[in-house]
Design a protein around this ligand. Sequence first.
Ligand code: ATP
Length: 583
Amino acid sequence: MKFATFAERAAEIDAESADLEIVECVTDLLVDAGDEIEVIARFVQGRVFPAWDSTTLDVGPSACYEAIARAAGTNVDADDVEDRLAEIGEIGEVAASYEFGGQQGLGAFTGGSGGDDLTVREVHETLTDLAATEGSGSQDRKVDLLFGLFNRCASEEARYLARLVLSEMRIGVGEGAVRDAIADAFDLPDDRVERALQVSNDYGRIARVAREEGLEGLDAVDLELGRPVQAMLAQAGTVTDVLEEWAEAAVEWKFDGARIQLHHDPDGLEHDPGAIGVSSDARPDDSRATTRAFSRNMEDVTDALPEVVEFAEETLEEPVILDGEVVAVDDAGEPLPFQEVLKRFRRKHDVEKAREDVAVRPVFFDCLHADGEDLLEEPVVDRHDRLESVLRARVGNDVGPEDVDGLSLLWITDDAGQIESIDADALEAGHEGIMLKDPESAYTPGRRGKNWRKRKPDVETLDCVVTGAEWGEGRRATFLGTFELSVRDGDTLETVGKVATGITDEKLAELTDLLEPHVAAEDGQEVTLEPAVVFEVGYEEIQTSPTYSSGYALRFPRFVGVRHDKSPDDAETLERLESLRSS
Ligand code: ATP
């Protein structure tokens, strides 16, 4: 297809505002796309490379302005382009406002004001060369290549070329529109096109497969080792919601790090995107990497994270795709704040030095592929079992799950108390809280569905007086736990709930030391405490309840800390509880 035709069709789409009409235009474009269907399916979304491919053009606006200026003639310079941009506000419009190729260069031989037979393929090939240009003088070479393209453009072509180069296509075509257009153009069911797109992350390839191989071809598209898929995302939710929606919840710690997707094959990855410009399919197996790690945005972050590569080499024995989090840790292996991970995450230089300052370790919570089998459709629990067995390759079955390196533990429960306790443990261990997952659900790449919930942070916390406690059992028999919480109502204290579980032995010992001197009476395991200590607690909801003397109960109270700076007189009042409930 001529690039002029593509530009004309892009302008038609640009002029549409209704979604249905946009999909119709893209459908027609794909039907007419001919040999260049892969590239066209990407260009129309403003992409040059497939979504799984982290290759970038690495060309800044100024290189683009310079190329436009050179193509526009001797009287124009990059400042002039910038001035027009300041005036007009959009680079496509600026590029379209010049006449190219009339005065100089190639255009002069092709009939004056540009608009020769530049094809979509040529634009794509040139941009691919441009992306592969590295080293000294590469910016000049990139400007030359862009100049060569602009110089052959008529104004509409220049408009969309400039937008494409600067990732500012903005004609209203998102992934959903291309998905619908592929289904409509080749008369295929939406959900099967969607599946193939999720698995391949490649709109161009799926457009071609849909056209040439139909449903059978689409259904045969599998995950490929070395090509990242989009990460499944989470919605905010509460324990109350999920226990109402699901029979049980799969509960995991929510690690405070950065998402990574690990692709590993001991025999070399099927696709090794490591060497830009070299087709991985053409590389011999023994020169392919065995491990690649991708960020949440599918950038290749392998080189920044040698610990992850070492972990994979030391732990894994079969080809796998794992989903997880990379966490920064201190010398004792304790988690550090998320900002510390960021220092490591995209670091390209002096990685070894950075590693000495902040070490990272991976924790995996999902397994998308193992030993030739795609697991996306399998339920969470089965994928987790598979994950555990993959990570046990070297340690075998002699150790408990908590001693399997890199494994995020998972609990299946319908017991709110247990969920609370897992949450408290996670916070205590320095993590963010918990994730709640529907145990039966599949892995849906790129979706922020209801099957994964991140527990909402507490909007409010309350400072409550501790008026009672219980002695623990067994190992915890010498510790006070299950603390009764009260609020003030005039001169009296009224109970609102109990905060119990999950506080570590160390913390319980500390709290016992603090509270024991205030024990006023004992009845079996239960103790009454004189009001002296104030706890800060989070909660999900305030409900009316006959259980407590205040007439209210805190749903899912969480221990946040001791308010050493507050006395019972400064604690929350019943009045405030009522006003929080009605707000
Ligand atoms: P958002 O996804 O809303 O843009 P975000 O990237 O800050 O925001 P959150 O929404 O806070 O992430 O939570 C989801 C993220 O939590 C996941 O993308 C993942 O990186 C991280 N995470 C940590 N532990 C887990 C776990 N056990 N299961 C799933 N995700 C986890």
